[in-house]
Design a protein around this ligand. Structure first.
Ligand SMILES: Cc1cc2nc3c(=O)[nH]c(=O)nc-3n(C[C@H](O)[C@H](O)[C@H](O)COP(=O)(O)O)c2cc1C
Length: 323
């Protein structure tokens, strides 16, 4: 399947593995790239920019295909050394970056100046257009279904993707809620050039997380998420677990402040949950698409299956309907 996205990135299939904190390591990114998609390392999963340099080298030793790095710009009081992470990406010869989060302008300019392609991931048409004005090469648009930060507008992909496609001129990637060939064909029909998946790639053989977390995703249905941080205008969609239920419960108090839940939502605890499989340890991030995930294939099996299913839908089902 050839789209503007496969042409832009030099990949075989229009499928991207989105940046994922603690999950986007070399094993997973290389497996996705080897299967013909675009695997993405997550910069801030590495404790220092030098660790990211080593992770980029490690990924390159596992695949000779293109892979990317996600740089998530968080609204924190003590920001990580973004410029140094950015330099590690540039020095590492990475050809494509997924930016996400607040005000990517400076990073976009620097990446572009060094010939790195930039995909900016956002959750609204207005932010997609502002990223386009900054000169990004592609825009990824995350619908309300997605794991992670769906924004505050609550517009699901079925409306957000075609609304973005009507206005965005650079290649458009649909993200949030995708897991199979039906979703890929739907995204293309809505005007996107490819898809990004997060949760689906967590439930694969190569995802470097504990099997209990993969089983949680397989067991979860489309209702198995919680929205948290809404009150603090930083909404996040996470798996429904005892920890996220507690966060919801505490946040429901009219006078609740962030300090009341801070002890439950620490990044290091989320990492512990992913690594040990102890779902009481911290937050696990996952989307509504859990309802479409029923197994734990390898990335090659998953991507092969998605492409076969998409081809069958286009070639048989839809062609039959048009006849
Ligand atoms: C475990 C996990 C961690 C994530 N961490 C990040 C992150 O650090 N930065 C980012 O831009 N997106 C992050 N995301 C969002 C994904 O890149 C992607 O946009 C989202 O998962 C798409 O929705 P889906 O899960 O329905 O496929 C994360 C998603 C998951 C499941």
């Amino acid at each position: 399947m050839r789209t503007r996205l496969t042409d832009l990135l030099g990949i075989r299939h229009p499928i991207i593995q989105g940046g994922m904190q603690w999950v986007g390591r070399a094993e997973l990114a290389a497996a996705v790239s080897n299967a013909g998609g675009l695997g993405i390392l997550t910069a801030l999963t590495q404790p220092t920019p030098d660790d990211l340099r080593r992770e980029i080298d490690r990924c390159r030793s596992l695949t000779d295909k293109p892979f990317g790095v996600n740089l998530t710009i968080l609204p924190t009081l003590n920001p990580p050394p973004y410029a140094e992470y950015r330099q590690a990406i540039i020095d590492g010869g990475v050809t494509v970056v997924e930016t996400a989060g607040h005000k990517p302008q400076e990073h976009v300019e620097q990446f572009k100046a060094h010939g790195v392609k930039v995909i900016h991931k956002c959750t609204s048409v207005r932010h997609a257009l502002s990223a386009e004005r900054m000169g990004v090469d592609a825009v990824s648009i995350d619908g309300f279904e997605c794991a992670g930060h769906p924004g505050e507008d609550d517009v699901p992909g079925l409306v957000l993707i075609p609304a973005a496609a009507d206005k965005v001129r650079v290649p458009l990637i649909a993200s949030g809620g995708f897991a199979d060939g039906r979703g890929l064909v739907a995204a293309l029909a809505l005007g996107a050039d490819g898809i990004t998946m997060g949760t689906r790639f967590c439930a694969t053989v190569e995802a470097p997380i504990h099997d209990a977390v993969k089983q949680l995703i397989v067991a979860g249905d489309e209702r198995a998420t919680n929205l948290i941080f809404r009150k603090f205008k930083n909404t996040a969609r996470v798996a429904r677990t005892p920890v996220s239920d507690k966060v919801v419960e505490i946040s429901a108090a009219p006078d609740a402040v962030f300090a009341d839940i801070a002890h439950l939502v620490r990044g290091a605890d989320g990492r512990r949950a992913l690594e040990t499989g102890d779902l009481e340890a911290g937050l696990v991030w996952a989307g509504q698409v859990q309802g479409l995930i029923h197994d734990i294939p390898s990335c090659a099996q998953l991507i092969g299956r998605i492409m076969d299913e998409a081809a069958a839908i286009i070639g048989r089902r839809l062609a039959g309907l048009a006849a």
